[in-house]
Design a protein around this ligand. Sequence first.
Ligand SMILES: *Cc1c(COP(=O)(O)O)cnc(C)c1O
Length: 966
Amino acid sequence: MSALEEIRALEAVDAFAPRHIAPSEAEIAEMLRVVGAASLEDLSAKTVPAAIRGMDLSALPPAATEQEVLAELRGLAARNRADIKSLIGLGYHGTHTPPVILRNVLENPGWYTAYTPYQAEIAQGRLEALVNFQTMVCDLAGLPVANASLLDEGTAVAEAMHLAHAATREKSHLLIAADDLHPQSKAVLATRAAPLGIEVRFVAVAEIVAALTAAKPFALVLQYPGTTGQVRDLTAEIAAVQAGGGLAIVAADPLSLCLLKPPGEMGADVVVGSTQRFGVPMGYGGPHAAYMAVKDAHKRLMPGRLVGVSVDAAGAPAMRLALQTREQHIRREKATSNICTAQVLLAVMAGMYAVWHGPEGLRRIARRVHLMARAVAGAARAAGFAVRHDAFFDTVAVEAGAKADALLAAALKRGFNLARHGGGVVGIALDETVTREDLAALAAALAEAGGAAATLDAVHGGIPAALARTSAFCTAAVFTAHHSEHGMLRYLKSLEDKDVALNRSMIPLGSCTMKLNATAEMIPVTLPGFGAIHPFAPVDQAQGYRVMIDRLADWLCRITGFAAVSLQPNAGSQGEYAGLLAIRGWHLSRGDTHRDICLIPSSAHGTNPASAVMAGMKVVVVGCDRDGNVDVDDLKAKAEQHAANLAALMVTYPSTHGVFEASIREICALIHEKGGKVYMDGANMNAQVGLTSPASIGADVCHLNLHKTFCIPHGGGGPGVGPIGVTADLAPFLPGHPLVDCGGAKDIVVSAAPWGSASILPISYAYIRMMGAEGLTRATQVAILSANYLAKRLEAHFPVLYRGMNGMVAHECILDCRGFQQGGGVLVEDIAKRLQDYGFHAPTMSWPVAGTLMVEPTESEPKSELDRFVDAMVSIRAEIRAVEQGRMDKADNPLKNAPHTAAEIAADAWTHPYTREEAAFPLPFVKARKYWPPVKRVDNVYGDRNLVCSCAPLEAYAQQQQIAAE
Ligand SMILES: *Cc1c(COP(=O)(O)O)cnc(C)c1O
């Protein structure tokens, strides 16, 4: 061996795959022995049906080390022109992420690796952060109820349309929108309206009241300030639409609302917008948290997650997700929306931005931005330009006419992108990152283009007195309590400590693939070269992004076997919607306007039927057989019955029951024979990568959840990315964009930004690049091994509900807990809550089968952690047996009383028939890493009956406690 060869061999030890795939060779051998397979290959052969096995990933680049990939991504980031400031506006603005939030939230696995807060007791920290967000939104918008959160401003406008359509009982199908709505919001709105038969009419601002008198739309959508910056009183238009029985929806910039009269005070029913400029980098389009606030009457129709304050079993206030009964996992095709993964991490950041700055700080930032805009307007006039609007907040619309190109060029030469609006108008949107030096440079650009000297001394325009905000906002104590950095640091830490995230223990959530989010994958996300890029910046300034996006899309094509991939959808649900729109577009292009039936197995995720309805389809449910497979006979009968109108089948593979169905090819062929297309829900791709693919099973479209299989962290409930892959004939119907050429169809736009949440794509890029073809395949094999290992070790204690060939499960397994109710009255919920005392997040509870737990360990859990989880489950089974056998009281036992708080364990009084030690330290390992749930079991029903979604009750309780102590 030459020295160089030896050096290379030594370097190979630094491969990433063995760090991502946690079990060692020896442990894998031991696990294989337990499951009864000779090798990983043998296990794959026993698990994945032969008809669909076989994949060639040799076209993927070879595996790179962490250092190589970091260098590669730094190089790509450097090719993005973060040195040019984008003053384009249109809903995206420069912002300073407060460093204390950057490092302790965005870059902190305690926050970014958490799951959606379904298990409320172990999520009180992020739930409190989200209540802060909701309170901030309510105050700024001037409305009583807000959610946390929506995917982006464009889709938030569209969600508001759905809400209004439902709230007015669909009496009208006409929606009127101001033509100064952001162009990308217009495009998303039009896309969403079409399949539902809703007509969207864009009307010039001056003609809105007349249009409302002539027609009675179910809703009016306004932008505040308008897309070119105009601030105007919306009261008359709001009153006019309401007089006709419609709802008034206002899309509003939250920073402007610090100085402007809030839309709620003008009578608006729904206010939506993006909180991006509250400390979240533009990131070439996302992710950012959009918001929605509504009048009280509409809260039950609100899309997305709503955090409410309830009480725990000891009567203390405790938060949890409210009104879950509205959502798609319960109401399916009648759900209020298909949103599942939202933008929790970004909502936490925006809420914390308000906590950090407080009302005074926010007002100061807004005033400074506003004054800069007035100075720029003055300079524009001095340079000889007219400005289109005298009333504005942060955006100056310069009437540049024939000099528009010259002005854009003069600005670019000085390092600024401005917005090119129609009719020779150039927009200059000021933001908090603009400096006094920048202002001088902007004045110089205006002077050069205008041909006259321009000073910043004579300010022009501003906010009319009647539209100035007079009401207070962010008055809750939390917004003034943490303004020193030490105080803020400790507040963030105190919330983080209340929660269970992946940096504490495994989160074995079936279907959600809570695998490792490696640090090396996260580092590129906060490089300025990725963060500071405006989504509508000129293409030549985003070359690094374009190269990364093209490569990632190509790799995902190889992995799925498809011809084309779109990265635009912001979550799996949005991918479903986009994929179904592609199928719809294809049918329409062939004149098959009548094909609108979508077959969906009863075991499907709730987002599937909800998405199908949004895409204008009618859902026909197909049953499942006793083994958890799609009932092929029922499918045949329904496909036959609806053959003439069949649009699509939506199928999850491997199934949501955790099995590789052997008949999948037959099923797909049957649908094709009847003229339909097959949509595969790719949430379970972690069981396919490298072994088989959506294309090989016969699917035409599939979405991937990059936040499941491809390592984007869950963020406590978002962000996500839900790209779709399609066959060549569907490629022309992939999403496009009105402002940026990203391929696809210009009239199919599912996100506000062309590549959706572009700034988190480096995570999946890094993962694929570091794993290489072999690593990716091995990850799948070990994920399947880990699930089978858990199934084998637990099967003597909990019945494993469904299995595929050779008695094997895929990458997850369902533990049946229904049998415990009869003997001891123990419910699956009791087991889930008891796991918290052991320091674990419960597996997926009661989905897809009520009364069960679905366990997905993933390839990146060490065997020692799997064994601890098994020990905990076996110990819990022993506790259940004690109740069943009457050795433990049926009502007063550690399961029913779980979780146990530190306060309860340390209290002088202890009345239970089991010991404190049994309650808090049921196994030796628990002592070594004890997690204390901060509250007892949360009462869901109480909170829904007494719906409160702001900080007020928390603060009142804290005060009470204080008084009681004194
Ligand atoms: C997670 C999941 C979805 C929804 O994806 P989101 O990214 O949360 O919108 C859909 N189907 C299945 C089977 C899932 O597990």
